[in-house]
Design a protein around this ligand. Sequence first.
Ligand SMILES: [Mn+2]
Length: 272
Amino acid sequence: MHASTRPAGSRPAPREVAVIGDVHGCADALRRLLDRIDVVAAGAKVVLVGDLLTKGQDPSGVVEVLSGGWGSRAGFEFDSVCGNHDLRMRAALRAISLGTPQENLAPIERRCITRLQSAGRAEVARVLLDRIATQVELEVDGATVLHAGIDPARGRARTPAELKWSIKARRGERPWWDRYHGDDGLLVFGHKPLEEPLRRRARGRVAAVNVDTGCADGGRLTAYLVGSDRFVSVAAEPERLVLSFTPASAALAASGRQAASVARARRPAHSA
Ligand SMILES: [Mn+2]
């Protein structure tokens, strides 16, 4: 209806923007979430809040999606701000390339690099992290995406970059978004995992949205659709629910062959 009343040559309706929370190496959840976004908001521009690779099982799969596409979306385009773990990971990859022994790295980066190397994707990961390293914040569709947040007392313009990717409430302190009154518009971020995505209003408008729902800790991976003000999410690892273990005594009672065929049948198709 709007299209017919718009004067010729005016701009088309803006594309939906989907802001995805901390992926942390959960490639399977990322693919399933992108599939969902394609259903409910086809063609949406995708922006990630950072913390892309470390912690989860499949950083190499995340690199594959973000550098090449997934499913029907070859050449998939996305943008991402830089998170604290992206900076750590980038520094670790750089240290390795300069000859630092892997055992000198923190375990979280060491595990991630081992996984990337065994899939031959360490170099692509470095290129990806180099690309986002300077992106502290991105403005999309009237919202600002950043990894962790701002100091409301200083406002967005005067909050140092380091805080924007790492601010977190100390024990007993209220989170920053409780003290934010919307002066810098809508801020969409992650970094602090919550059981449910957070939508905080100020002065009658949505002012703060946290999309980190802890997918690397068995929670969910969530996206916020900025234009329609709603969340889409998928469980981090549904296969965990499927692969419930039979107690050892019951497994012993069944024949080994039978137990093995049940386990195979229950495994999700994509892992075959
Ligand atoms: Mn973080």
